[in-house]
Design a protein around this ligand. Structure first.
Ligand code: SF4
Ligand code: SF4
Length: 464
């Protein structure tokens, strides 16, 4: 049993809440039936029409080996390794410069890699690395003056609100600032990096410890200090444009990714500022600080599929993730299960269509395949280095072809959902075949994308 499952059960027990008292997200899903582990719910707006099991008994839709799992070192993420690992650096040196190939040698006219496609990508990434987006302290009261913070930490009772309603309000703010999905989880320390990668001129491999203890909130050159009382994660998911991802491995897929990263930075930082304005502490983070995927699973946003990414009911794996750690005592959502792992047992589409061989077609394991994996969870491990090195990091084939990515507008997708719902395993393969036969999952040419009505972008996806 994972550490977090114990925490959650204790927390529910402390609150004296019945399992059914907690809901995920903003809408109130309709309860269809009770199950052994919780209840089945349906919500078009929340879960895209999927029948979802809310796991209200403290379980998680994954298993951890407590003897193996440990806090991961930031230094071993693929992004950090690119900066210090000689194996990675040699591999990166061998990569062709795709920008040169496409824009100079190809004169900006290579299909799916044109100057127009590159311009969208370049602009989309604009705010991904914005200055102090992920700062641990903010500039509270810039607009409102010190009066905003007078009276200390905000108490929802001042407005006749419960903490459950206050939690909904914070998630509402997250969507207001730009998130597509928001959920709350009790912070499992296992998902916070044990060390922060902090290279120096003399030591490219240098790391510093991340202490979770006491009440100190500070980043120093020697260590990071995170208060134990900051024990809630708000997990944020950002939908990526369906048609741009459909262009993968074309450059538009990277534009969708970049747009997600830019929105992550803006939304996580503004949400953190909102929380600080209410008198609580907040640490916003994109890929840094901890593992976004298990945090999102704990917060009830989805499950992990064969492709190694969070798979949400509404957008499938077509999301980017960020998070905010806070001491605001928000009411946690419950994890969900909607048949992703069982479906992935049969479906090999992402493994078949991964051009780099990063996704396995084998069974789930407890051990990773590279040093960038964190072993100890039973899942499909993906080789991040292979993925990173393919095509100048512009691939999203696995998202493009995944049946869970498909918008909720076709009878075939609804039927696939009902198969997931019923766990009618013998039919799963047939549905995948039918889905592909209908043309779904093919690459959409950038020239097609540019002729589309812009109202079919992510903000109007239900029209697709
Ligand atoms: S993004 Fe492309 S290369 Fe990476 S895992 Fe997915 S399909 Fe494979
Ligand atoms: S493509 Fe198939 S196997 Fe891969 S994550 Fe999606 S459902 Fe699972």
């Amino acid at each position: 049993m994972s550490e977090s499952s114990v925490d959650r059960r204790n927390f529910l027990h402390m609150l004296g809440l019945g399992a059914g008292a907690l809901g995920a997200g903003l809408a109130a899903p309709r309860v269809v039936a009770e199950t052994e582990n919780g209840h089945l719910v349906e919500s078009e707006s929340e879960y895209g029409g999927f029948l979802v099991e809310q796991l209200t008994d403290g379980r998680f839709p994954y298993q951890c080996d407590p003897d193996v799992i440990a806090r991961m070192d930031d230094k071993f993420t693929i992004f950090s390794r690119n900066s210090w690992d000689p194996v990675r650096q040699e591999s990166l040196r061998r990569q062709p410069n795709m920008t040169e190939v496409n824009l100079v040698e190809g004169e900006g006219k290579v299909p799916n890699q044109t100057r127009l496609d590159y311009a969208l990508m370049s602009a989309a990434w604009r705010y991904s690395g914005i200055g102090d987006a992920y700062a641990w302290t903010g500039s509270v009261a810039r607009m409102s003056g010190p009066a905003l913070l007078r009276g200390g930490a905000w108490d929802p009772a001042d407005l006749d609100m419960t903490w459950e309603e206050a939690s909904m309000a914070v998630k509402h703010a997250a969507l207001f600032f730009g998130a597509s999905l928001a959920g709350v989880a009790i912070a499992n320390p296992l998902w916070i990096y044990g060390t922060s990668y902090s290279p120096s001129r003399d030591d490219r491999q240098r790391t510093i410890p991340v202490h979770i203890e006491g009440e100190r909130l500070e980043r120093t050159p020697e260590a990071w200090y995170v208060p134990e009382s900051m024990n809630r994660f708000i997990s944020l998911a950002f939908e990526e444009d369906y048609w741009a991802i459909a262009n993968s491995p074309g450059r538009l897929a990277s534009a969708a990714t970049g747009s997600g990263y830019s929105r992550m930075a803006i939304t996580a930082s503004t949400l953190a500022e909102f929380i600080r304005s209410l008198g609580y502490r907040a640490i916003p983070a994109g890929n840094g600080f901890g593992l976004s995927i298990p945090i999102a699973v704990d917060a009830g946003l989805g499950e992990v599929g064969r492709l190694g990414l969070l798979t949400t009911p509404r957008f499938g794996p077509r999301v980017r993730l960020a998070k905010v750690l806070t001491d605001m005592p928000l009411v946690p959502d419950v994890p969900i299960s909607f048949g992703v792992a069982e479906f992935c047992d049969k479906c090999m589409l992402c493994a078949d269509q991964c051009p780099s061989g990063a996704i396995t077609s084998g069974d789930r394991t407890w051990e990773g395949t590279s040093r960038s994996n964190n072993p100890g969870t039973h899942k499909w491990y993906v080789e991040g280095a292979k993925c990173y090195d393919f095509n100048g990091f512009s691939c999203s084939n696995c998202k493009r072809c995944c049946p869970f990515n498909k918008p909720n507008n076709s009878w075939l997708h609804r039927l696939t959902r009902s198969i997931v719902k019923g766990r009618i395993k013998p039919l799963d393969n047939m549905m995948v075949t039918l889905d592909q036969g209908s043309g779904y999952g093919r690459q959409v040419e950038a020239s097609e994308f540019w002729k589309m009505d812009g109202s079919a972008s992510i903000t109007a996806r239900e029209k697709m």
